[in-house]
Design a protein around this ligand. Structure first.
Ligand code: ADP
Ligand code: ASP
Ligand code: MG
Length: 421
């Protein structure tokens, strides 16, 4: 345990997402909010995303030139969105009598690895932040970006500003500073399911780090999964709340005995899934490695994997896996080029309009029958399950994307989430 420093004000890291800084008016409101927090005696560190739509616009520009634009320059391009919002928010604070300083990833020494487009933070130097805080200045840090050992700009994956905020909070905490991390977004907390998909979604007062990690990994983009992993690892207190309404949001907390009573805490849907099936493979030791190692090297995020022996007419083995829809062309190309020479009879099929629907809850550990109930609910709704994957606290099924909303609504009701008050 690092000893807490006496008489040092608490630091609140306030991260504002794209919608929250989407217009000049909203940026002004964020500036006022940060100054109001400072006036209450806290030291404030701001972390901002690009203005809403900006990152997508940049992605679109790059993909017009090259459908597979992944490179150092792609990260350089995408990171520019945050430079705009940092500068604007800093200007806004300074023009209403506050003191702020805009800081980009490289200025702060947010050191990452060199996995472009999904870089991981290795180290953050908090000296500049702490020096500015000590002078009463609000450091406004660009989310989503860092720099690698060769000084190239890197980005942390879509939604990565959440991770920047948590990483800064964790780094300050490691120095003995008392920190809170507030994630301001366009909903007022974490809900039992995406409130934009299911009208009956209910706001949760608390959710465990573990459940939040599963939900985030399964499509609940309210927090980037890596931010939750980091928060859990360093026990950073996380508060997800609205940038438009000052009500209490959702606290992400460690698991306690009371929380275990709920069987299912949330339902998640990820509409951007694709499935690849490779048939007519011949079984041999190391086959899975041969298939998945080149995909991993190309940073294709493979999720659900199903292997079936002797299922096709030639008695061959078939392997199916899911990956993000965006990665499908790359995944099939890699499988084709790497495996075809070894398995000339191999057949590849793919489907892209799929969704992963999952139920998540730490209470599942102590309640059998959740999977059977889930399958029953989907069967009654006439929804075909294409793949199944389970862990201790989640059950995921792959369904046609146009059935995902119905699946979420039915599961939300069946697991009594409509009734949470
Ligand atoms: P920001 O730009 O602030 O980072 P995001 O768009 O990344 O915001 O995340 C907020 C969105 O996450 C919400 O608008 C909501 O549609 C979506 N979302 C998905 N699942 C959930 C959930 N379980 N609870 C709350 N929001 C969710
Ligand atoms: N601007 C980046 C994105 O749109 C990072 C973020 O919003 O957190 O993914
Ligand atoms: Mg986000």
């Amino acid at each position: 345990m690092v000893p807490k420093q006496p008489n040092v004000p608490k630091v609140i890291v306030q991260k504002f997402g794209g919608t929250s800084v989407g217009t000049i008016e909203r940026i002004r409101n964020v500036a006022k909010w940060m100054l109001a927090t400072q006036a209450q005696g806290y030291q404030v560190v701001g972390v901002v995303s690009a203005m809403s739509g900006d990152t997508n616009r940049l992605v679109d520009l790059a993909t017009q030139l090259n459908p597979q634009p992944w490179s150092k320059e792609y990260d350089m391009l995408l990171a520019s969105g945050e430079q705009v919002s940092v500068a604007l928010l800093t200007l806004a604070i300074n023009s209403i009598g506050g003191k702020a300083r805009g800081l980009l990833g490289h200025q702060l020494g947010i050191l990452t690895d060199s996995v472009y487009s999904s870089a991981r933070i290795k180290q953050i130097d908090t000296n500049i932040i702490q020096a500015e805080l000590g002078r009463g200045v609000i450091p406004i840090v660009a989310g989503f970006q860092g720099v690698d050992v060769e000084n190239n700009i890197t980005t942390l994956g879509r939604g990565g500003s959440d991770t920047s905020a948590v990483a800064i909070a964790a780094a300050l905490q490691e120095k003995g500073v008392v920190v809170d991390c507030e994630i301001y977004t366009d909903v007022d907390g974490v809900y039992t399911t995406d409130p934009r998909i299911c009208a009956k979604a209910r706001k949760l007062d608390t959710i465990t780090y573990e459940e939040m990690m599963e939900l985030a990994g399964l499509g609940a983009k309210v927090l980037q999964i890596r931010s939750v992993e980091l928060a859990a690892k360093y026990q950073v207190p996380l508060h997800v709340r609205s940038s438009f309404d000052p009500v209490e949001g959702t606290r992400v907390v460690s698991e306690g005995p009371v929380l275990e009573q709920v069987v299912v805490s949330g339902v998640a849907a990820d509409m951007n899934d694709a499935k690849v099936t490779i048939m007519n493979l011949s079984d041999r030791p190391g086959l899975a490695f041969e298939v998945f190692e080149p995909l991993a090297k190309a940073s294709v995020v493979v999720d659900v994997i199903v292997q079936a022996s002797a299922t096709d007419k030639d008695g061959g083995l078939s392997l199916s896996f899911t990956c993000p829809k965006l990665d499908l062309p790359r995944a099939t190309e890699i499988v084709e080029t790497q495996l075809r020479p070894k398995f000339p009879k191999m057949q590849i099929t793919s489907e892209s309009n799929l969704a992963k629907v999952s139920v998540v809850g730490v209470g599942m550990r102590h309640h059998p029958g959740v999977a059977a109930k889930m399958f029953g609910v989907l069967s009654e709704a006439g929804i075909t399950i294409k793949l199944i994957s389970t862990s201790e606290i989640k059950i995921t099924v792959l369904v046609d994307a146009d059935k995902a909303k119905l699946a979420v609504e039915r599961l939300h009701s069946a697991f009594d989430l409509d009734k949470i008050s």
